[in-house]
Write a protein that binds this ligand. Structure first.
Ligand code: NDP
Length: 449
């Protein structure tokens, strides 16, 4: 404890990264405070991963009802009530907010509710109180970004989608990233007519080309109408909600228009001008591999730094930060082979290199294994849905350097494969692993050239 300051560490932002950094640092003996102006748990808990997954479960119920008949179940007409789902989700999120509060209290972290402004390299002002800290950590995350165009004030983002009073009959979702694809599946499963607009040829840029193409075949089977190479020129209010005019001159009416066109870092009014902290051209805080900004006493991690915007990455960075600065142990981040899932319907998950990246890294030294099949469940459900799996192997070393899947439980399955890939498993290791039968996952150990 450095007695020249009120705190050893003052964290701004109580999201996934901030809370983990605060309580881990406190666990190492540091005197820590954290400031939050909105809700404990940040985006992930309140308007991101958690409520999104609950909504995905809700929309899947419709699929299960549709599939029931083939298994002998007669289901009387099912009815869905959106306000009940939102209310139950809110109750669960409040419970999680409480858990975050307890975690901070139990770790001895002081919580300041309000907007923290940095007023000097070692100074924060919050609710008119001036506080000093040896180190300041910025973990303020990001917020949805909506481009400006005529009528852009009419659109909602994922932030509002979680609290709608009622579902529209028809929605237009703009964007081709994680959030757009996930919400297209959610709304469609809940009975909304969904049109997804994406400005390019094919959504999910950066994902393996096969996965992108396969998902573009599956989503329309579930009712989502995909419109690629489509940009919006303007939106006007209309009798039915909103009329959208595309750059191509087409018009479409919908009850709601949702933009999911990426996120921007939350750095407004943080007071960075009083410090040497620098921003990248895209507005992210620039920090080095040890999370240190150009102002030596100020650090930053998570989405606000513009790296991989995933909760587990932010929490891993938080633990690396706490370990280095409060436990004297360097545990540098390893950003290789980070697995991730898109909770689309069907879901996608990936770890390691895409085929396109692998071709650049190891030209003429690859073997690609693909498998596409009907999931056993759908032999009776009658659902027309394909499962797809792919392994990318470096020929000269036999190492599996990429694994990709589309299908039920893709995230659950790829999480296990990610451990094998992280451990350097070869294709021979995969082949000598005895499968669990009958599962879809066993396909990953039975793929042959
Ligand atoms: P993404 O960056 O994933 O996707 C943004 C999409 O919007 C892209 O398709 C992009 O197109 C498009 N776009 C960007 N600007 C414009 C514009 N001006 N006009 C039209 N389209 C535009 O952002 P998301 O908002 O979907 O998600 C943010 C981040 O949150 C993700 O990157 C991810 O890291 C994280 N996330 C993770 C989830 C998970 O792990 N399951 C779930 C949800 C979010 P183009 O490709 O052409 O640039």
């Amino acid at each position: 404890m450095n007695t020249a300051f009120d705190y050893d560490l003052f964290v701004i932002g109580a999201g996934s990264g901030g809370v983990r950094a605060a309580r881990t640092s406190a666990g190492y003996g540091a005197k820590v405070a954290i400031a939050e102006q909105q809700y404990l748990g940040g985006t992930c808990v309140n308007v991101g991963c958690v409520p999104k997954k609950l909504f995905v479960y809700a929309s899947h119920v419709q699929h299960d009802i549709d599939d029931a008949k083939g298994f002998g179940w007669e289901t009387s007409e099912a009815r869905f009530d959106w306000p009940t789902l939102v209310r139950n989700k809110d109750t669960e999120i409040s419970r999680l907010n409480g858990i975050y509060k307890n975690l901070l209290d139990n770790a001895g972290v002081a919580l300041f509710e309000g907007k923290a402004v940095i007023t000097g390299p070692n100074q924060i002002t919050i609710n008119d109180q001036v506080i000093s800290a040896e180190r300041i950590l910025i973990a303020t995350g990001g917020k949805p970004f909506v481009p400006e165009f005529p009528g852009s004030e009419h659109v909602i983002t994922s932030n509002e989608a979680f609290f709608l009073e009622q579902l529209p009959k028809k929605i237009i979702i703009i964007g081709g990233g994680y959030i757009a694809v996930e919400f297209a599946g959610i709304f469609s499963g809940l009975g909304v007519e969904v049109h997804q607009f994406y400005r390019g040829d094919l959504f999910l840029r950066g994902f393996d080309q096969d996965l992108r193409e396969k998902l573009a075949i599956e989503m329309p089977k579930q009712g989502v109408q995909l419109h690629f190479n489509t940009d919006i020129a303007s939106i006007e209010k209309s009798h039915h909600g909103y009329q959208v005019t595309t750059a191509q001159g087409d018009t479409l009416d919908a009850g709601l228009v949702m933009y999911a066109t990426g996120r921007k870092p939350l750095v407004d009014q943080l007071g960075l001008a009083t410090t040497g902290v620098t921003l990248s051209s895209k507005g992210y805080i620039e920090a080095d591999a040890h999370f240190q900004t150009q102002e030596p006493s100020i650090f930053a991690l998570g989405d606000v730094t513009g790296g991989t915007e995933l909760t587990p990455v932010a929490t891993a960075e938080a633990m690396s930060f706490a370990s280095r600065y409060f436990a004297n142990k360097d545990k540098p981040m390893d950003y290789s082979n980070i697995a991730s899932a898109v909770f689309s319907q069907p879901s996608l998950a990936s770890v390691g290199l895409t085929e396109q990246q692998a071709n650049e890294a190891h030209p003429d030294d690859l073997q690609i294994f693909r498998s596409e099949f009907k999931h056993m469940k759908h032999t009776l459900s009658g659902r027309d849905e394909k499962t797809f799996m792919k392994l990318i192997v470096q020929k000269s070393t036999d190492r599996v350097i990429g694994a990709h899947m589309m299908g039920a439980d893709a995230g659950e399955i790829i999480q296990g494969i990610a451990i094998a890939i992280k451990a350097g498993a070869t294709k021979a290791d995969f082949d000598s692993t005895i499968g669990i039968h009958p599962t879809a996952a066993e396909e990953f150990v039975t793929m042959r050239g």
